[in-house]
Design a protein around this ligand. Sequence first.
Ligand SMILES: [Zn+2]
Length: 262
Amino acid sequence: MKKFCYIRFYDRLKSISNKERCIFYFNGKPAIIDIVESLGVPHTEVYLILKNQTIVSIYDWVYPGDFISVFPRMHTFFFDLYKQVLLDPAYPKKIKKEFWNRYQNYRIRQFVADVHLGKLVKYLRFLGVDVLYNSSWDDDELIEISVSNKRILLTQDKGILKNKRVQHGFYIIHRDPEKQLEEFLNYFQIDFKPFTRCSLCNDLLIPITKQDLDNFPIEIPESIKQSYSEFCYCKSCYKVYWEGSHYERLSNFFNKIFGNTT
Ligand SMILES: [Zn+2]
């Protein structure tokens, strides 16, 4: 007789796997995470597994007839659950350790993004989010940066997130950059500092006076200097920023996006 279990995905995992409930047929004794990943959800997306109504590790074995519920990280839900699991003596040490590690991930506010997310990276940098990006980085380099710098890997490639070395990752579901930004804002709670970071190279911006601009290595047109009063520059690439029409357009865009997020 064929062996099977029941799987149910919650919240954004439904979109990532393109399914909510399914019956999964298997041979041998697979670990839960192997089944979940084969259904299209990388391990980095999973924050809680219930097996037959009990919290278990993602590495727990699956037996015929098990009911497996798979949850992503959810803001308030996650913190309440975290406290409950850590304080309850009934939970084994290995589950407490997994929860502790995930709690650490929750606090990470630095990112590295893959080659397909250039526009999202620009938006995030305009909001002051620290995101490394280089269109020439391959998968191995992205993984190395994510692991060694403890940065969350933003990607549209499920394969890279299934790599066991990747501990901090976030799969971007949407293709449209505006939707991607909404998706990010709905998931990460970050204290934004708009217009403090260079959109080209990610370094921080420093205010500069008009007098100092006269001796600056990059020349700014006189008309710009006359029209605007506040300037800042990037200390790495020397790009100069001012509150021109681009600034206004982005401000309006962000107001619209923030208005849509919940
Ligand atoms: Zn720069």
